[in-house]
Design a protein around this ligand. Structure first.
Ligand SMILES: C[S@@+](CC[C@H](N)C(=O)[O-])C[C@H]1O[C@@H](n2cnc3c(N)ncnc32)[C@H](O)[C@@H]1O
Length: 222
């Protein structure tokens, strides 16, 4: 079920153990993971891992999130997980550019009973973000789109995040490439710079969690 671990630092056996030690994966998530593997097999690694999905639901619930935003929706697994953690009046704004991939997401949201909590905007996410009012209204954000734009997404979201709100950022270990000085690919360089910036950003408390391919968690200071 879990497939090849995105947590490159875990053996497949330890990863299986980790999955088995968390809440069981539900049928809608299983369906979506299978659909993604069938319809876009070459891109399944874009999807967050099951343990990250459970973590996102758990954190959304524990933080009592009412208003959330996601940058990078793909076939909808992370959005399904966030939306499930929202309270009865909660909402999630999803930003992506692909109608093809998010059409799969729409089916998953309906199957998961969360479609009414989610609005999808298909446009470059930086335009969507800059078009939002400058109000500190979001409780939680998840950034998981083009890596070179992470810093811009982060800045626009931070302006619109309430104090104590949390931003999650995916792939911040980038399979370990962030540590390889010979790797000067644009995505790697951007992620390295992003991680460095956040570590010294006094507007947030930040930690890089070893979930999936690295998940940064930043809390906006009051
Ligand atoms: C890694 S995938 C997201 C995976 C998703 N969070 C999940 O768990 O299934 C990245 C997504 O970002 C979207 N994307 C890439 N560039 C974008 C941009 N400039 N604006 C909005 N979305 C973008 C892609 O279409 C893709 O669906």
């Amino acid at each position: 079920m879990a497939g090849q671990p995105k947590s490159f630092f875990l053996s497949p056996e330890l990863h299986d153990y980790l999955i088995d030690s968390g809440s069981p994966i539900d049928e809608v998530s299983k369906w979506l993971i299978d659909q993604t593997a069938t319809q876009v097999p070459e891109l399944t690694r874009m999807q967050i891992s099951p343990e990250q999905g459970s973590f996102m639901t758990l954190m959304t619930r524990a933080l009592m999130v009412n208003k959330a935003i996601e940058i990078g929706t793909f076939t909808g697994y992370s959005s399904l997980c966030i939306a499930r953690g929202l309270g009865p009046k909660g909402s999630l704004l999803c930003c992506d550019v692909s109608a093809e991939w998010t059409d799969i997401a729409k089916v998953a949201w309906a199957r998961g009973g969360v479609a009414e909590k989610i609005s999808l905007v298909l446009a470059p996410a930086i335009e969507t973000l800059r078009g939002l009012p400058l109000i500190e209204e979001f409780d939680l954000a998840f950034i998981d789109a083009d890596k070179e734009s992470y810093e811009n997404y982060y800045e626009e979201i931070l302006l619109r995040l309430r104090p104590n709100g949390v931003i999650f950022v995916d792939n911040t270990l980038w399979s370990g490439a962030v540590l390889d000085p010979s790797n000067d690919e644009a995505d790697t360089v951007a992620l390295r710079a992003f991680n460095k910036k956040l570590a010294s950003d006094n507007r947030v408390d930040v930690t890089l969690l070893t979930i999936g391919d690295g998940l940064t968690m930043a809390r906006k200071r009051e």
